[in-house]
Write a protein that binds this ligand. Sequence first.
Ligand code: SF4
Length: 332
Amino acid sequence: MLIRIDITKVFEEVERLKPRTVFIVTPDGLLKEAVRLASTLGASGVEVVLSGEACYGACDLKEDAAESIKADLILHIGHTLREERAGKKTVFIAVEDDIEFNRVIEKAAQSLRRFKKIGLYTISQHLHRLSETKKLFEDYGFEVKSDEGGRLSYGQIIGCEFQPAYSIKDEVDAFVFLGQSRFHAAALALSTGKPTYMLDPYLEEVIDVTPLAEDLWKKSVLAVYKAREAERFGIIIGLREGQMKIKQAKHIREELAKHGKQSTLIAMREISAERLNTFTLFDAFIQTACPRISIDGSGFNKPVLSIPQAYALLNLLKGKDVGDFLRIPSWI
Ligand code: SF4
C-alpha cells in the first residue's frame, strides 16, 4: 500500500501564495507522510510547522492555531471536499491510496448478485479508484450509480454527510462502500436505509454492515429515551472551527427550556468520555459538534446526543414518535 500526497498541488499553492510559514494539518494516520512533506518543503526554503493535534475531518480546520503561529497557508492533508479551499488560509490537499479493488470486487460480484442496481461510494483517499471500480462492476453485469451533492464530490461520503448517496437511494437496490471504515459504511446504510456492503481492499473481504447499522441505530434510540428522563443537560458547542454550531446549541437549549429542562452551554474542543464523565452534575449531554461522537462513541456515563438525536428527543417531549431521525442526507 502506497500513500501519495498531491505534491504537485502543494508546490503550486506554495508558488502561488509565497507563504513565509506553512502549517500542515493532517489526521494521525498520515503523520509519517506529513513529516516527510514537511522535510521536502523545508528543504525548498519554506518554514513549516506541523500540527501535533488530532485532526478528525475536513471540519477540523485549525485556522485559529495557524493565526497564533502566524502561518500564511494551511495545507490540510488527506481530507477533501468539492471546494478546494476553506476558511481564510486552508487548502485541501488530496491523498491517494494506491490499493486496488479488483480482487475484492471479484468476490463482491458473487455475493451481491441478487442486486441489479448498486450505488458506489467511498471516502477521499479512494475516490481516484471510483471510475475503474464502476467499470469492473459493470463488466460483471451490475448497473452502477453515483452522484455528487452538497459539499461532496461525485461518489464521496464523509462521516456525517451523505447527500450524494441519499439523492439516489430510491434508484438502487443496495449500496457499496469502498474502503475499510465500518463506521462510514454503516452510516451510509443508516442514512439511506438500504442494504450496504463494505468492500475492504486490504483484507479482501465483503462485509454486510446491516447488523452494525442496526446496533448503532438501537444505541442511538436508547440514548434518546434515556435523555428524556434527564432534568439537567450540558449542551456542548464544539470549538473545532467547522464543528462550531452556536445557533443550533442555543436553539436546542430554548426548546428544552419549554419542556422545563435546565441546561448549561459548555464550549470544548476535545469531546471525550474522559472529559464528559467529569461533569457529574448533568444527567445528559447534547453535543452539537460531531455526530460520530454520539453515534459511534463509547465510555460515556450519561447519554450524549448528536443534533439529530436532540431533535428526536424534542419530538418525544412533545408527545410525538422519535421518527427515523438518522434517515436524512446530513447529520449536522
Ligand atoms: S463532524 Fe465528525 S463526522 Fe463530520 S467530518 Fe467532522 S469529524 Fe467527520
